[in-house]
Design a binder for this molecule. Sequence first.
Ligand code: ZN
Length: 284
Amino acid sequence: MFLHPIAWPEGKRCAASVTFDIDADTLVRVGRPKDAELRLQAISAGRYGPTVAVPRILETYRRLELTQTFFMPGWVMEHYPETVEAILKGGHEIGHHSWMHEDPMDHSDEKEAELFGRAMDVHIKMTGSAPLGYRAPVYSITPAILNRLIEQHFLYDSSMMADDLPYEVVTSKGSIIELPPHWGNDDWPPFAHMEELDYVMPVRSPSDGVKAFIEEYEAMYEAGGFWMPVLHPFLTGRLTRWREMERHLERVVEQGDVWFAPMKDIAEYARAQGDGLRKDSLDC
Ligand SMILES: [Zn+2]
């Protein structure tokens, strides 16, 4: 059960948004700035995301008639303009995901403001409008970033974890809708393995890794909640893993009682709940 359940539109039982963070080769470039250029294995593994995996994912969405959300660092947008174009052509949303996937905890608020602004400029230039949503690299949102989002009229954030369902975060500057992620729905734990980032973990089989996301879905479906996997094209967009996800999406779409929508639509619907939405006040 939920303390503050949300009745989804058109009598749908559950809401869902499959999100992809297209980090591409920023991870090794930021993680190993001294010699990233030499690390072609890690760079190529990252490049696989926007060039090979995203077209595959977009084709599934086209076939199943889904409109979803991708989060992209500004640097990735600039370096992979065809990926941006293909995503926009499919009618999907692109959210703000930092400049180059720098962890906001590794630099000052001033530096973060500058990088954030640089990414905003790229979004506006390439998509024609300011992004409505934000997800922090490694979910490292800070009070300064949160208040910047509110001051710049972002509709939603997707970095904090204080509920299962969309909720409203209130600060001294105003409020914003939070569409909460959590690690159980993130593909980094089952599928990532990057020596360059000192992240050496046993990689799970495709069915095993995706099974965790399906169990998350099943619980959300039963409870009338919101299912939001946080995936990365270079991980879950690999052939075998995406095949598992694709089969699951086919089943759910076929069922017909789940509201698939891009994050901005989920956030807008949550915002329209007014006082019915749970509020979480932060002292910042
Ligand atoms: Zn990311």
